[in-house]
Design a protein around this ligand. Structure first.
Ligand code: NAD
Length: 272
């Protein structure tokens, strides 16, 4: 890491500044969970291959609910087999160091930050969590854990009739849906902490962005809001991306490389 970057981080710690960490699929790539950019993202329905941007939509769920649930239960299996990695552990350590001056905004639905030990009240899962479901007709805003009898699926393994019956809203009996934000839906506060995330961004003294391609709307707004308020932006990613450009434009830093090694190095700097 560049010495200017180290110095800027130390400065935030000395000033007792607030840290916001914004993570994307890249931080979980080292746990073996594919990002949406790789070839593993594709899913076959009948004779057609669908991209995640097509599968992860309310429109697809409305026409092919069983296929969409099957895709999510396959991905649930991938997430459940994965273990938090050095990057997740480093983010937990950052929460320990900053305490109530820490917030985590994650686009990941895999739950690995919570499993690693970040606290639920300081973790905004702005795209939901793959282990949860809710009513598809919004009879209630409540979110429910997936029923125990619903099992993660292997690729091409079908939902059983009993599982389909269990994937219903416990309140009204309508079909339930995965508690995730789909590409054709909008952010809100109740489910996805939209306002809280923007508020965190404007109050941040340092925004650490890890493993995201900047293809979604709220994360870009979080980056712009923090940069406009003069926060130190640091982007960690093996590839240049819109956040690395934003960080460098605003006087921050692009740390090019994998999350595990770079975040562990950052924790050592934070500890002093
Ligand atoms: P993305 O797939 O668009 O981009 C991933 C980014 O991670 C890329 O910029 C890539 O260069 C970077 N990356 C790859 N390996 C890395 C590493 N070792 N360390 C650091 N960075 C690395 O992911 P996204 O921007 O988060 O957005 C896509 C959407 O996909 C999100 O809405 C998210 O909810 C969903 N998604 C989630 C998961 C998950 O929960 N683990 C996995 C796939 C997709």
């Amino acid at each position: 890491m560049k010495s200017e970057c180290e110095e800027a981080i130390r400065n935030v710690v000395e000033r007792q500044g607030r840290l916001v960490v914004l993570t994307g699929a890249g931080i979980s790539a080292e746990s073996g969970i594919p990002t949406f950019r790789g070839p593993e993202g594709y899913w076959t329905v009948g004779a057609r291959e669908y991209r995640p941007e097509e599968m992860a939509t309310f429109a697809m769920f409305s026409s092919e609910p069983r296929e969409v649930w099957q895709w999510y239960l396959y991905r649930l299996g991938v997430c459940m087999k994965a273990e938090p990695n050095a990057g997740h552990e480093a983010v937990v350590e950052m929460e320990r160091i900053f305490g109530d001056r820490f917030l985590l905004i994650t686009q990941n639905v895999d739950g690995l930050h919570l499993r690693a030990g970040n606290s639920p009240d300081r973790t905004f899962q702005i795209h939901g969590n793959i282990s949860w479901m809710r009513c598809s007709v919004d009879c209630t805003g409540e979110v429910f854990a997936l029923p125990d009898m619903v099992r993660p699926k292997a690729k091409d393994e079908l939902l059983t009739g009993a599982e389909e019956s269990a994937l219903t809203c416990p309140r009204c009996g309508s079909r339930s849906r995965p508690h995730v934000l789909w590409f054709d839906e909008c952010y809100d506060e109740a489910h996805y902490r939209f306002n809280s995330s923007l508020e965190a961004a404007v109050n941040a003294d340092m925004l650490l962005i890890v493993g995201t391609s900047g293809a979604t709307n709220l994360p870009m707004q979080v980056g712009s809001a923090a940069a406009q308020r003069g926060a130190l932006l640091i982007d960690v990613n093996p590839e240049p991306n819109p956040f690395s450009a934003m960080a460098e434009r605003s006087g921050g830093f692009f740390c090019q490389g994998g999350a595990g090694a770079i975040l562990s190095e950052m924790v050592a700097i934070l500890r002093g």
